[in-house]
Design a protein around this ligand. Structure first.
Ligand code: RB5
Length: 129
């Protein structure tokens, strides 16, 4: 199960990523937010982070304007390794070398097609140990 969350800056891209996960037949749980109305990103960062540390979900995806605020907030939760990735090479290394359990990116930084490529690379790469 993949946990996904965003703030208002990431809402539209989150919806596109959810469609992409559905197209791939992957199970996900949407922790919000659910509109472009302004919200506080730590709320959604913590919801996704807690879903992972509780074992409810294995991995998470977080989206805000830059990916920075929401990843910094998630990294305050013990057991979370969130990485901001704006291209596939970093996404691959974040899994292979850093075993990161949350992928973050910015909707004001990457377009939808690049974001989907980053998501696919991250999901399809195993930690090398
Ligand atoms: C919201 O305007 C924006 O600050 C937020 O999405 C994010 O980019 C913060 O790091």
């Amino acid at each position: 199960m993949i946990a996904i969350g965003c703030d208002h800056g990431g809402y539209a891209l989150k919806q596109e990523i959810i469609e992409h996960l559905k197209d791939r037949g992957l199970d996900y749980k949407d922790y919000g937010c659910y509109s472009t109305e302004a919200v506080d990103y730590p709320v959604y960062a913590k919801a996704v982070a807690n879903a992972i540390v509780s074992g409810e979900c294995e991995k998470g995806i977080l989206i805000c304007g830059t990916g920075l605020g929401i990843s910094l907030a998630a990294n305050k939760v013990k057991g979370i390794r969130a990485a901001v990735c704006s291209e596939p090479f970093t996404a691959k290394m974040a899994r292979a070398h850093n075993n990161c359990n949350i992928l973050a990116f910015g909707a004001r930084v990457v377009g939808a097609d690049l974001a989907k490529m980053i998501v696919d690379t991250w999901l399809d790469t195993e930690f090398e140990g």
